[in-house]
Design a protein around this ligand. Structure first.
Ligand code: FAD
Ligand code: EPU
Length: 346
């Protein structure tokens, strides 16, 4: 176990916000976490407790005068397998993209489209990360947690996890912040069947004249990485948290209203009555793409990404977030919901 008192969080969030935590605790097994939780209950239960991952979806609005937990549980273990599929248990502290590559190298398929998404495996199960037509929740068989309140262990089966677009039960008000995810069990396939249904991916593959029959999982991973690198800023160079807002899901009527003025508005069918409209398009229509507000800016290649131009505080990013929300509301009557988790007060 490792303790860091008065700890700078700059390296623990991809926005690169220079906030401080009273204490950061790194643990590398369930036993260590349980031992720390005992100590916490005895000595510091007056302090708030927060579990983070790699900080790629966090915005610290102030210093955190509490205890931050960080998992370094990193084992990868086969639970069972047959000819077609494998169940593999992965420690929450494993880097998600390392596991994607590990799985491909071992001939376990399903995660390819989620290549290069930052963060840890544990958080991926909280966030239900998604990209290019795949959501991780569809590949998660179960999740093992420890209660931060009483130290009890629980296994949550897929059906209990309430996965939907960027949502899981761990984001519900009643469960938020109450559990440490320790292991995630993935159900992966032994036969590679590429998922190429996402618009941008289909057109890329056609433009490059790539044959679906000969496409390997590793090639698909490289294609996804290439597409992502063209539009998303590398957090090691420019602080950001990926998409700052979720894409709004609206009724067909709202789409028809927008189409009257903007016949080319992009949209994706969700069900017979709803569509998803890319928030990046809404923000770009409001003229924000590439624009800055102090040290915070809207990325010039993807308007859904807010960036730290250097030295921004969480409040600087929040000011830009609010200004963008206002513009989109005024122009389209839609309130964008942040995907990023805000930590601390203003
Ligand atoms: P954090 O941001 O540290 O935490 C996220 C949430 O999980 C918090 O609520 C935290 O409390 C909770 N948490 C973390 N670990 C645990 C644990 N062990 N137990 C309990 N709770 C925990 N997301 C997508 O879905 N698709 C994308 O394509 C995508 N692209 C991105 C591109 C870039 C450049 C960046 C910077 C981000 C992108 N994201 C994307 C967002 C982000 O990578 C994901 O949300 C990711 O899952 C966050 O992982 P993390 O480890 O950084 O978690
Ligand atoms: N668009 C614009 N202007 C922009 C950005 C986008 O007009 O500046 C329009 C274009 O029409 C484009 C469409 O939006 O074709 C979709 O853009 P893109 O393919 O980049 O995807 P997105 O909807 O902006 C979502 C996810 C990403 C994920 C990609 C690929 C959300 C909130 N974001 O972005 O996830 O990687 O699809 O599947 O759902 C993240 O969550 O952090 C994230 C990066």
């Amino acid at each position: 176990m490792e303790f860091c008192w008065n700890c700078s969080l700059k390296e623990y969030n991809t926005f690169g916000i220079d906030a401080m935590a009273h204490l950061l605790v790194k643990y590398s097994s369930e036993g260590e976490l349980l031992a720390f939780l005992e100590q916490y209950r005895r000595e510091m239960s007056h302090l708030p407790l927060l579990h983070i991952g790699a900080g790629s979806n966090l915005l610290f609005l102030s210093d955190y005068s509490g205890v931050i937990l960080f998992s370094e549980i990193k084992d990868i273990k086969i639970e069972s397998e047959n000819e077609d599929a494998i169940l593999v248990s992965v420690g929450a502290g494993v880097t998600h993209d390392d596991f994607v590559l590990y799985a491909i190298q071992h001939g376990w398929y399903g995660l390819e489209n989620l290549s290069l998404i930052p963060g840890q495996v544990g958080s991926s199960a909280v966030q239900n990360i998604g990209a290019y037509g795949v959501e991780v929740g569809d590949l998660i068989k179960s999740v093992q947690t420890i209660s931060l309140e009483d130290g009890t262990c629980k296994t949550w089966n897929h059906d209990e996890l309430a996965y939907s677009y960027r949502h899981s039960i761990f984001k519900d008000e009643a469960f938020r912040g109450k559990y440490a995810i320790c292991h995630v069990v993935f159900q992966l396939k032994k036969r590679f069947t590429p998922c190429l249904s996402y618009g941008g991916l289909t057109s890329f593959i056609q433009a490059k004249n790539i044959q679906q029959e000969t496409l390997s999982a590793l090639q698909l991973r490289e294609i996804i990485i290439g597409i992502r690198e063209k539009k998303l800023p590398d957090p090691k160079v420019t602080g950001n948290a990926g998409s700052f807002f979720m894409n709004p899901i609206v009724s067909n009527d709202i789409l028809y209203r927008i189409q009257k003025q903007y016949p080319d508005v992009p949209s994706y069918v969700v069900d017979t009555e709803h569509v998803k409209i890319p928030a990046g398009w809404l923000i770009e229509q409001c003229g924000w793409k590439g624009k800055a507000l102090g040290p915070a800016a809207v990325h010039d290649k993807q308007a859904l990404v807010l960036v730290n131009r250097g030295g921004a505080t969480g409040k600087d990013i929040l000011s830009l977030c609010k200004a963008v929300q206002e513009s989109v509301y005024e122009k389209f009557g839609m309130r964008l919901s942040p995907e990023v988790n805000f930590i601390g007060g203003v």
